[in-house]
Design a protein around this ligand. Structure first.
Ligand SMILES: *[C@@H]1O[C@H](CO)[C@@H](O)[C@H](O)[C@H]1NC(C)=O
Ligand SMILES: *[C@@H]1O[C@H](CO)[C@@H](O)[C@H](O)[C@H]1NC(C)=O
Length: 402
């Protein structure tokens, strides 16, 4: 081997060693840089509200494939088939509160001042605030999307007419849009919509689902039936599923009062029950291609509240008994909404805490052994001697109190 050749090989070896080192250093740098990004002190590592609520209530969520649901009050409900909606739909579902009343007044939710829940008033924006709290937390627990839609008044129409066009506007982004009135409360926050969809028989081709209204009488005349004497559907809780029929249906409902498709519909612009009556009078007959296209939810499941008939029999004799088994609608009892929605939240929180404390009872539940009789007696004597104050033994007031 020539000296130049040896020198050449040596240089090559040195070069290779240097290159490997450089590579190693760069890798090091990359690792350091990565560490810096991950551990950026300016970025919080805390999970957001959505993840926190999702985790918090994970343990109590009801499985949509379980055919039975037992309420906290001990009543068991059944879903005949659980095969259609057997996986969480998550953000393919939007829960929306649609209102012209904007809750930005004093002690209302969209006013940045701290909310004083105890003094939250159940009228106007206060009622809307309460609804947002109940509907938003339900959406968070099950991973659904949530929006508050501040709608503008439609000239010459009663404000409830905002619903059809808002549905039409929002549904292209979702599989399901679910709207509830401000006086509607979800009572079992642990029970997902998927389970309810199974119970109510929503099919993959269903367009809309809404409950039968309560039947109310004025004298011998029902005020809850359409011109064909069929009971109306209530628009306090409405489910819409995105498909071509639904889009056409929502167009027709939105434009109903133009009378291009439904002569006579303009009557319901401002006359009760507005868009609700228009839906029952025209839409449900026009779009009943299959029995599942428009699903009628039992009144007992989604209108009224437990004890509804007893509470209203005086003012409205013969009113039907709808107990709001899953969705409570306080049409005639707005003062009861706040207790219903706070109870729903406390029920869920209590359930979570109960499970935790029972699971961790080794460390959280201190069980003092029973005191022997004579030990207690000597403690009593000591107490008397030192303070002469009140002493309680087995629930009987000691001498100090008398
Ligand atoms: C209701 O109908 C009954 C019998 O059909 C009748 O006796 C009664 O007077 C009616 N009441 C009203 C308020 O019309
Ligand atoms: C509302 O109903 C009344 C009584 O039936 C009727 O005279 C009026 O024209 C209706 N309003 C509209 C906007 O059609």
């Amino acid at each position: 081997m020539l000296a130049t050749q040896r020198y050449y090989l040596f240089s090559l070896a040195v070069f290779i060693v240097l290159v490997s080192f450089t590579f190693f250093f760069f890798r090091q740098d990359e690792a350091v840089l990565y560490e810096k990004i991950v551990k950026n002190p300016y970025r919080s590592s805390k999970p957001g509200l959505r993840d926190t609520i999702l985790n918090l209530f994970e343990s109590i969520k009801h499985d949509p494939t379980n055919p039975h649901f037992r309420s906290a009050a001990g009543q068991t409900y059944t879903a005949d088939s659980t095969s259609t909606w057997n996986k969480p739909l998550g953000k393919r579902v939007l829960i929306v509160d649609i209102d012209t009343r904007v809750p930005t007044g004093a002690n209302q939710l969209l006013n940045p001042d701290t909310i004083d829940f105890e003094h939250l008033d159940m009228h106007g924006g206060g009622l809307v605030s309460n609804a947002i709290i109940n509907h938003y937390i339900y959406a968070l627990i099950h991973g659904y999307d949530y929006k508050f839609y501040q709608a503008a008044h439609i000239p010459e129409h009663h404000d409830t007419w905002i619903m059809p066009h808002v549905f039409r506007e929002l549904i292209p982004e979702y599989q399901f849009v679910v709207a509830m009135d401000a006086d509607v409360t979800i009572s079992h926050l642990d029970l997902p919509l998927e389970w309810l969809f199974n119970r109510w028989g929503l099919a993959s081709h269903t367009s809309m689902a809404l409950p039968w209204d309560t039947e109310e009488w004025r004298g011998n005349v029902s005020i809850s039936r359409d011109s064909k004497y069929l009971r109306v559907l209530n628009t306090g809780f409405v489910v819409a599923q995105n498909n071509p029929t639904t889009l056409e249906l929502l167009d027709a409902w939105r434009d109903c009062t133009s009378e291009l498709r439904y002569p006579g519909c303009a009557h319901w612009k401002e006359n009760w029950s507005h868009e609700q009556r228009a839906f029952s009078e025209y839409i449900r007959y026009d779009f009943n291609a299959t029995p599942e296209t428009i699903v009628s939810i039992p009144c007992d499941d989604a209108v009224g509240w437990p004890g509804f008939k007893a509470d209203n029999e005086d003012v409205s004799p013969g009113i039907s008994d709808c107990n709001g088994n899953f969705v409570r609608h306080y049409t005639l009892g707005k003062d009861m909404v706040k207790a219903a929605s706070s109870n729903a939240v406390m029920q869920a929180v209590s359930d979570v805490l109960q499970r935790s404390i029972l699971k961790e009872q080794e460390s959280m539940w201190v069980k003092e052994p029973e005191h022997a009789k004579d030990v207690v007696q000597s403690e009593v004597r000591e107490g008397e001697g030192e303070q002469g104050g009140e002493v309680v033994v087995d629930g009987i007031m000691g001498p100090g109190r008398r």
